[in-house]
Design a protein around this ligand. Structure first.
Ligand SMILES: [Zn+2]
Length: 460
């Protein structure tokens, strides 16, 4: 009798929060229906067709309730960036391409201080920069032009390995930023990833149509994955592939059909952005970027288009430059391809940077799903949730399922849109009224909730 009373009392206990009467879309299960979602202890505890009792009940009628977006390529890992990510519906932002080194210090600096979940790979570039005392910030600047000595190569490898042992989410690699890194050195790192049963996230050695270009660069990393057994994730396929993107996707499809674990991602913009002082702008960059010129480069700090003169000046100084090199039809084709995940590659610094840092996810949902019908809402959400979670091998994220982490993005499919532009990138996306991270609201009524830090580290 007593036990019946107790279980009845537990049964009647309301959920911490209930999202009431929203259109739940969960690409992992295929669910697309009106449901009540009960949240307890930071987890999704119930998904019900009938009303649930909650301490807090949010009426989300007419809104989409989706798994929180997982950004695999988020260089911006500061409070400023996390705010823009949250307003764009991102609940987990990961620095996978460049990665970090040393790993423990990086996690420690963010624990208990982040509104959204965070994580990083063990990075080859930062490890190599530490060993050679390079003065670059995100990517190498002054030691990219020489190969590593055998001793530097060994020290770099040891740092990358230590980063994996310390919980790094895989190996981050930017071969294009170390053009003299030998193929043997890169292969050795793939071997390390395979040994630890993890993935390499790679910015390939070359891009564009002119050889050495994107095709042989993709052949290099697919071959390395094949011979070592490492999983491979190729970053920003459109900015590397340009007009060869379709062939690149065909190659990745072929590799997958033969049993290799190869995935890829893209951002929904026709321009990339990188450091003008980096090896990307070595002699011959115009042809390598598909035949662009100085006027296709845009200085992030001022928004001005470059000339031969300003290019030379800024190259000596270093800094972020937008590269308008990706044809719109390539973006449209790639976004509709079931292989591509959405990832921002974004970073903002004092409000300056590429609009992708603030607008990537709302732009896909507003522009490419609603306005251009380039893909369905379900397919778009899959690219932002279940696919990146599967790439990470994390089953507790990227889905609306009982037991999953309560990372949830609630948006208005009729209104969601990006506002960030190349001239003014620090503008929040619109039409995303609620974002929950581990069951806590970080966006409420379309505004950031101040003083909440529910973000947790994502580790291996
Ligand atoms: Zn990159």
């Amino acid at each position: 009798m007593l036990s019946t009373v107790i279980s009845a009392a537990i049964y009647a206990q309301p959920y911490d929060m209930v999202l009431a009467h929203g259109r739940v879309i969960d690409p992992a299960s295929g669910l697309d229906a009106v449901r009540y979602v009960g949240i307890r202890g930071g987890k999704i505890a119930a998904i019900s067709e009938s009303p649930l009792a909650g301490v807090t009940v949010l009426d989300v009628s007419g809104l989409v309730v989706a798994p929180g977006f997982i950004d695999l390529h988020s260089h911006g890992q500061t409070p400023e960036n996390y705010r823009f990510k949250a307003r764009d519906g991102v609940t987990t932002a990961l620095e996978m391409e460049v990665g970090v080194s040393p790993v423990p210090e990086w996690y420690r600096a963010r624990e208990g201080r982040s509104p959204i979940n965070f994580g990083a790979t063990s990075g080859h570039l930062p490890a190599r920069m530490a060993v050679t005392h390079d003065t670059g910030t995100l990517v190498p600047r002054d030691t990219a032009k020489r190969a590593s000595t055998p001793d530097e190569r060994r020290q770099t490898f040891d740092l990358v390995r230590r980063g994996l042992d310390d919980g790094g989410l895989g190996i981050g690699m930017g071969i294009a930023y170390l053009p003299l890194a030998t193929r043997a050195e890169i292969l050795e790192l793939f071997g390390l990833a395979a040994q630890r049963k993890t993935a390499v996230y790679v910015h390939m050695r070359n891009g564009g149509p002119v050889e050495p270009g994107v095709i042989d660069a993709l052949q290099e990393v697919i071959a390395d994955a094949a011979v070592t057994g490492a999983s491979l994730h190729v970053v920003h396929i459109t900015s590397m592939g340009l007009r060869e993107t379709s062939l690149c996707l065909q190659m990745i499809r072929g590799a997958r059909a033969r049993g290799l674990d190869v995935t890829t991602e893209m951002y929904p913009y026709t321009a990339g952005m990188t450091d003008i002082g980096s090896a990307i702008f070595d002699e011959g960059w115009q042809a390598k970027q598909g035949g662009i010129g100085f006027g296709d480069l845009q200085w992030a700090l001022t928004g001005e288009r470059l000339t031969a003169d300003s290019f030379a000046r800024f190259r000596r100084q270093g800094g972020m430059v937008a590269v308008h090199s990706i044809p719109e039809e390539v973006v449209r084709m790639a976004i509709a391809d079931p292989l591509t995940m959405i990832a921002s590659d974004g970073i903002l610094e004092n409000g300056k940077g590429h609009p992708r840092a603030a607008g990537t996810y709302a732009r896909v949902l507003g522009r490419y799903v609603r306005e251009e019908h380039a893909l369905t809402l379900m397919d778009a959400l899959r690219k932002m949730t279940a696919m990146p979670a599967d790439r990470l091998g994390i089953q507790s994220k990227g889905r609306i399922a009982v037991g999953a982490d309560a990372d949830i993005t609630v948006f208005d499919a009729a209104r969601v849109v990006d506002r960030a532009t190349f001239e003014n990138p620090a503008q929040y996306s619109e039409g995303i009224p609620y974002v929950l991270v581990n069951g806590i609201l970080v966006v409420k009524g379309g505004e950031l909730v101040e003083g909440v830090q529910p973000g947790r580290p994502v580790r291996r």
